[in-house]
Design a binder for this molecule. Structure first.
Ligand code: SF4
Length: 63
């Protein structure tokens, strides 16, 4: 199984990912995205969040 990971150094808090997949991504107190539930949406939806991130801060990690 693969799951999304966020590179917080690259994230600028644009929150595109949260808009696309609010069950998967959330913003922390610093306004950086984190993965709250890697299984909160199907792969296609998560891929749309990855594609929509302006900083390419989200990637897949194989488990
Ligand atoms: S879309 Fe990218 S830059 Fe924006 S909050 Fe999500 S990970 Fe960060």
């Amino acid at each position: 199984m693969k799951k999304p990971v966020v590179d917080k150094n690259a994230c600028v808090g644009a929150a595109v990912c949260v808009g696309v997949a609010p069950e998967v991504f959330d913003l922390d107190e610093e306004g950086k995205a984190f993965v709250k539930d890697p299984e909160g949406a199907d792969e296609e939806t998560i891929q749309r969040a990855i594609d929509g991130c302006p900083e390419d801060a989200i990637s897949w990690q194989e488990e």
